[in-house]
Design a protein around this ligand. Structure first.
Ligand SMILES: *[C@@H]1O[C@H](CO)[C@@H](O)[C@H](O)[C@H]1NC(C)=O
Ligand SMILES: *[C@@H]1O[C@H](CO)[C@@H](O)[C@H](O)[C@H]1NC(C)=O
Length: 419
């Protein structure tokens, strides 16, 4: 009898405790429900926030473009035929925008009168000179075709000796482009042009390549890409004006078509990152990971992908990111230490996902953990804003912002772009 009573009392106590616990839970939830959701913050005045609208320029300098004679300049034919396909073609694309009298960039910034110029652009196409040299010599990358004596020297002789502007500032307001992996180090006589500002496609904070990045004197710019700049595919043939696929939805979760399936985890190439992509992620559902495929097939996939992998290769940047961005594919950047183009003005983290090397093995978990709302935020920022950074869009406006700061010119002006 005593046993039964004790048993009952124990049950009653247990039930009571459970009921109490449930009550606390319910009250807690009710209490949370009662608290209103936080509203988005209002916009007071744009100068208090970052990033600045692109049209609100730091200054509007005038740029004079030197004209190099045909005697040493890379021929128009080589520029337009051979180098058009090259991923290093940013030097010619940006030059063409400066010299095309009907381009908006020309109208905004170019002057034909060097006396009124703030900056001087040297039409140096060293990457095209070497690309053509390599193509003509069976792609032997150590071939130089006398680039120093036949190209660097005549170019710099012209700039330094024919007009007085280089000497007036010892070249510091002169600009030239070095769009290849090893930047200016291809040229033995690079000391001659060191005082100039360099525009380069590789931005790298690692100790290993420190001598290739001149802090405060180099501006990182976008790369040229095969699909957008060589084939000149218009993403709007595949996407609606809001950046969503005409085909309906983005049904490829993760896309990567590129090098190299044989990478080992301990390799220098891609710091081993691509080994996980080819050996593991290529088997995951929703992942399209493989080597380079036919252009048209790739372009169609760009129009269907949600995320695009941008892992480092030999350098931290990959040209494919510019194709992803043009097609509204949210880039997943795996490149610790990268300096992205125009970091002072472009809010990269609003439209990319960064995954560190020591987290790449968790890639799927990380991407699946991004909910629809967070994804849509990035996708929209990319489409409305990030996409404009490309060479074919607003790159010059961003370059100019950095030039203004380098020369410490603060003369804000509205460019009237409407964004
Ligand atoms: C010059 O710029 C205009 C306007 O952007 C463009 O339509 C035209 O194709 C350009 N011309 C050349 C030769 O690039
Ligand atoms: C600029 O300075 C160099 C070195 O002193 C000189 O050789 C050159 O003639 C000068 N250029 C001009 C246009 O005077």
């Amino acid at each position: 009898m005593a046993n039964v009573i004790r048993f009952n009392r124990r049950w009653i106590l247990l039930l009571g405790a459970t009921a109490g616990f449930l009550l606390v839970c319910v009250l807690y939830r009710l209490n949370r429900k009662a608290a209103p959701p936080a509203p988005p913050l209002p916009i007071r005045d744009t100068p208090s926030y970052w990033p600045t609208p692109l049209e609100q320029a730091v200054c509007r300098p005038k740029i004079y473009v030197y004209k190099a004679p045909e005697t040493f300049q890379v021929s128009k034919r080589v520029q337009e035929e051979r180098c058009h396909e090259s991923n290093y073609n940013s030097e010619i694309i940006l030059h063409n925008q400066l010299t095309n009298a009907s381009s908006p960039i020309y109208k905004h910034y170019v002057t034909e009168n060097p006396e009124e110029a703030t900056f001087f652009f040297i039409p140096f196409f060293g990457a095209c000179y070497l690309y053509n040299c390599w193509a003509e010599n069976g792609w032997r990358w150590d071939e130089r075709c006398n680039v120093d004596t036949k190209y660097v020297d005549p170019m710099m002789d012209m700039v330094i000796n024919e007009l007085p502007y280089w000497n007036r500032t010892n070249g510091r307001n002169h600009i030239m482009i070095h769009p290849m992996d090893k930047t200016f180090t291809y040229y033995e006589n690079h000391a001659r042009f060191q005082p100039a500002v360099f525009l380069k496609t590789v931005g790298d904070k690692r100790e290993k390549w420190m001598q290739r990045h001149r802090y405060g004197r180099d501006i990182v710019i976008p790369s040229a890409t095969r699909v957008i700049h060589h084939m000149q595919v218009d993403p709007l043939s595949y996407l609606n004006h809001d950046g969503q696929p005409k085909s309906g939805k983005r049904d490829i979760f993760v896309l990567f078509q590129g090098c190299c399936p044989d990478v080992k985890p301990e390799d220098e190439y891609s710091n081993g990152i691509r080994s996980l992509m080819f050996q593991y992620f290529s088997h995951y559902p929703g992942y399209e990971i493989g080597q380079v495929i036919a252009d048209l097939e790739y372009i169609q996939k760009l129009g269907r992908a949600k995320y695009g992998l941008s892992p480092m290769g030999w350098t931290l940047d990959t040209t494919r990111i510019w194709e992803f961005m043009a097609f509204g594919v949210v880039p997943v950047v795996i490149a610790d230490g990268i300096i992205e183009p125009f970091e002072y003005d472009v809010d990269w983290d609003s439209f990319i996902v960064r995954v560190r090397r020591d987290q790449v093995h968790r890639l799927d978990e990380i991407l699946r953990g991004i909910d629809d709302e967070a994804y849509e935020y990035k996708r929209k920022k990319l489409w409305e804003y990030g996409r404009r950074v490309g060479l074919e869009k607003d790159a010059w406006h961003f370059i100019v912002r950095e030039l203004c700061r380098m020369e410490n010119i603060k003369a804000p002006v509205n460019l009237g772009l409407g964004y």
